[in-house]
Design a protein around this ligand. Structure first.
Ligand SMILES: C[C@@]1(CC(=O)O)c2cc3[nH]c(cc4nc(cc5[nH]c(cc(n2)[C@H]1CCC(=O)O)[C@@](C)(CC(=O)O)[C@@H]5CCC(=O)O)C(CC(=O)O)=C4CCC(=O)O)c(CCC(=O)O)c3CC(=O)O
Ligand SMILES: NC(=O)C1=CN([C@@H]2O[C@H](COP(=O)(O)OP(=O)(O)OC[C@H]3O[C@@H](n4cnc5c(N)ncnc54)[C@H](O)[C@@H]3O)[C@@H](O)[C@H]2O)C=CC1
Length: 231
């Protein structure tokens, strides 16, 4: 039974020490998820690691420590994942992490750790995390596949366009009163998020040119269209 409710947050892991104990298939999946999230200080403590983890080690993407767990392994870690096949050891690891104030996850019992790992859909800046609080990891995995079908790669491009529009609106110089400006900007940003077709022109340019910068005129044209919706 779940011991409590969950508070979802999205972490920035660049520069943070993440320690995975265990090197099997489950540890490999957790390492892949950390890498996909930009973690660049991942340590894997295990005498036996999968071929894929060994390859990640050779590529310098994770550091493999070839021995059994020692309590000192988690010192100065920001995140700990106890992913061994020994559930008693996993429980001990998360309890040691807890007493050091470190967030920890046990793959053998979701209730024991201080966090659980969700299934994740990534489309550029769009990140959707799905959890069932351990009630059914398989359902989380299935919902992920469903969401992947509904939210395709175009969302990465759509968000790049929306970010550029938002930057332009929030950093634009103008002479109107701040109150009037704020109301107008908020309305435009909401309209842009709801606009299912206006961003296509921008998206085309972004995709064709692999640009990070857009011609401001294109964004201004979009803003104009948003201000005067077609009748
Ligand atoms: C509590 C949690 C703790 C944690 O790991 O954080 C946990 C715990 C356990 N999982 C178990 C089994 C399975 N887990 C999966 C798959 C995933 N498990 C994931 C997360 C979580 N699993 C956390 C809660 C997630 C939530 O509910 O929201 C996903 C979403 C994310 C990820 O792991 O990255 C990933 C799908 C990712 C994807 O598809 O993208 C499959 C299916 C498969 O492998 O295909 C099975 C077999 C079928 C089944 O049991 O449903 C067992 C029993 C182990 C045993 O038999 O001994 C336990 C132990 C327990 O029951 O507590
Ligand atoms: N949370 C999840 O998503 C899931 C969790 N599980 C659970 O995860 C556990 C691990 O699964 P797999 O990776 O498939 O197992 P596995 O048997 O492939 O790997 C176990 C790993 O633990 C390591 N290990 C064992 N004792 C250790 C110690 N003292 N110190 C350091 N490393 C140690 C082994 O060297 C090995 O690398 C399973 O026992 C199962 O209960 C299984 C499926 C999904």
């Amino acid at each position: 039974m779940p011991e409590g409710m969950l508070y979802p947050i999205m972490l920035r892991l660049k520069g943070k020490r993440c320690v995975i104990i265990g090197g099997g298939k489950v540890a490999e999946r957790k390492a892949a998820a950390l890498l996909a999230a930009g973690a660049d200080q991942i340590e894997v403590i295990a005498e036996q690691v999968t071929d894929d983890l060994a390859r990640l080690g050779q590529a310098g993407l994770v550091r493999i420590v070839d021995r059994q767990y020692d309590s000192d392994d988690i010192l100065r870690a920001s995140l700990v994942i106890a992913a061994t096949s020994n559930s008693t050891l996993n429980a001990r690891i998360v309890s040691e992490a807890d007493s050091l104030g470190i967030w920890a996850n046990s793959v053998s019992d979701g209730d024991e750790g201080s966090f659980v790992t969700p299934a994740v859909v990534r489309r550029g800046d769009l990140v959707i995390g799905i959890t069932t609080n351990g009630a059914s990891p398989s359902l989380a995995a299935r919902l992920k596949v469903e969401l992947e079908q509904s939210y395709g790669d175009e969302y990465a491009v759509r968000l790049r366009a929306l970010r550029l529009l938002r930057d332009r609106l929030l950093h634009a110089n103008n002479t109107r009163s701040p109150e009037a400006e704020q109301a107008d900007t908020k309305q435009l940003l909401q309209a842009a998020a709801a606009d299912d077709s206006g961003w296509h022109e921008l998206a085309q340019v972004l995709q064709d040119g692999f640009q990070t910068e857009l011609n401001p005129m294109l964004i201004d044209r979009w803003i104009e269209r948003l201000r005067k919706p077609r009748t």
